[in-house]
Ligand binder design. Structure first.
Ligand SMILES: [Zn+2]
Ligand SMILES: [Zn+2]
Length: 334
């Protein structure tokens, strides 16, 4: 049975209907009938070949939710009929130091769901079952799809960098990633501030769990907030005044980058040294982190705020995301 998909055939071109015959089901593989697929900012970059690594035809989509339709002979933890999710990573070597220590997201041989493979803007996908995660019943497919990439990306830093409930946390940018970051931080027990250049977003940010709102264009507010944050999570893709963000940190504070900035990050030396501050990164999440994130979301009611589009209207959805009009995460329904 061919898989029906939406694919870009060249950089910056609209998606068109496309079909392909999937590879034979491997021993560890599952076939998933896709019901929902979130749209991540990375999908836009892949379609446009912004990172110079796209291959065409390119079927985007790495925030997949669907139902298991077939399992390979070695698959023990998934059965036909289960609802599962798949994120950015589709496999890893299972042998290296990082795979063996539960950090598969750092594996040099990791495979990507929609880069070099056909992704989730499709009716189905065949992929490694070890990177397919059962979805807790408490999460709706529509609200859970964006957790597979956006959720993992914003949750992992809290664990990797040992954010504690007593800490003051700031989430920079109230968008597809930031609205999830605020929810994690609030559920974590932290004192939460939303940082944004858009004062109109204050009410919504507080709805997602922010106790405070800091307009980063307001010099007075920025001065008053200097030296008050333990942890800042940057979810913004646009260039930032990195020095000003460092000034916001307390001694030993960390600034964690999860949105891929479009330009190099320039860090002034003295504000980094004085106060022993760190600028750190985090990329998606390991397998156990994703499973833990889904359980945490189910327990604490963390969910993506979504708008849906049918799969064949994927181009309309991409245009909405490109125009910065997504509130806050777009999901294709199949
Ligand atoms: Zn993504
Ligand atoms: Zn590995």
């Amino acid at each position: 049975m061919p898989i029906h998909a939406m694919a870009a055939h060249a950089a910056k071109k609209p998606l068109e209907k496309f079909q392909y015959e999937p590879a034979p089901l491997g021993p560890h593989d599952v076939e998933i009938e896709i019901t929902h697929c979130g749209i991540c900012h990375s999908d836009l970059h892949l379609i446009d070949n912004d990172w110079g690594m796209s291959t065409y035809p390119l079927v985007p989509g790495h925030e997949i939710i669907g139902i298991v339709k077939a399992v390979g002979p070695e698959v023990a933890h998934l059965r036909k009929g289960m609802r599962v999710g798949v994120g950015w990573q589709r496999n890893s070597c299972q042998q290296c130091e990082f795979c063996q220590t539960g950090q598969e997201n750092l594996c040099a041989k990791m495979g990507a769901t929609c880069l070099g493979n056909y992704g989730g803007f499709a009716t189905a996908i065949r992929t490694d079952s070890r990177f397919a995660f059962p979805i807790p019943d408490a999460l709706s497919s529509e609200n859970a799809a964006p957790l597979l990439c956006g959720g993992a990306t914003t949750y992992s830093p809290f664990r990797l960098y040992e954010v504690r409930p007593s800490m003051k946390v700031g989430v920079i940018g109230i968008g597809g990633l930031g609205h999830l970051g605020l929810q994690w931080a609030r559920a974590w027990g932290c004192e939460v501030t939303a940082l944004s250049t858009t004062p109109e977003k204050e009410r919504e940010a507080k709805g997602f769990g922010a106790h405070h709102f800091l307009n980063t264009r307001d010099a007075g507010m920025m001065k008053k907030a200097a030296g008050t944050f333990d942890f800042l999570l940057n979810t913004v893709f646009a260039p930032q005044d990195w020095g000003a963000l460092l000034e916001l940190l307390r001694p030993n504070g960390k600034l964690c980058v999860v949105g891929v900035p479009s330009e190099p990050i320039t860090i002034p030396g003295f504000p980094l040294l004085l106060g022993q501050k760190s600028v750190v990164g985090s990329v998606i999440g390991s397998r156990h982190m994703i499973a833990e994130m889904l359980a945490f979301a189910a327990r604490h009611g963390v969910k993506a705020q979504t708008e849906t589009f049918p799969l064949d209207k994927a181009n309309d959805a991409l245009a909405r995301l490109k125009a910065n009009r997504a509130r806050y995460r777009l999901v294709l329904t199949v």
